[in-house]
Design a protein around this ligand. Structure first.
Ligand code: ZN
Ligand code: ZN
Length: 147
């Protein structure tokens, strides 16, 4: 099964668990999020998929966020952005442009992830803290803003 098909299957199951149906609108919303492939604002999402209606898109994003399918982010500019949750999309980080507010996904090499985890574990253990994950954004200027 492809990753996309697996994501759709999981969403159907999670929605059923809370007595909800995976409607065509919701599926289209998820397809748009997958297609964009980075955290996107609601206007950005509507631009990507003009057939989505703003009111229902917002409502459906809230439903999908509640069951852990969609993650809401407030990084970069002040706008709320949405992405497919890491549990489904895979672990990644974000490149945040401090000039235009653009946010892009980036996957770090495994050895970098390992080194970070080792460092975080050491710091956390000293505080009697047990680490379950990390959330690191990389800030700077995107290629467009540097040009
Ligand atoms: Zn930029
Ligand atoms: Zn990481």
């Amino acid at each position: 099964m492809s990753r996309e098909a697996e994501i759709h299957r999981l969403i159907r199951v999670r929605l059923a668990e809370v007595g909800q149906i995976y409607t065509g609108n919701r599926r289209e919303l998820v397809d748009a999020l997958i297609e964009v492939g980075r955290p996107v604002t609601l206007p950005g999402l509507l631009e990507q998929s003009p057939r989505l209606a703003q009111s229902s898109a917002y409502r459906n994003l809230a439903v999908l966020a509640e069951i852990g399918i969609v993650r809401r982010l407030t990084i970069g500019d002040d706008h709320i952005r949405f992405e497919i949750h890491e549990d489904l999309a895979g672990h990644h980080h974000h490149l945040v442009c401090d000039e235009c507010g653009n946010v892009a996904d980036v996957t770090l090499p495994e050895h970098v992830e390992r080194d970070m985890d080792t460092g975080f574990d050491a710091v956390a253990e000293a505080a009697g803290f047990s680490v379950t994950g990390h959330n690191v954004d990389i800030h700077g200027l995107c290629a467009d803003c540097r040009a």
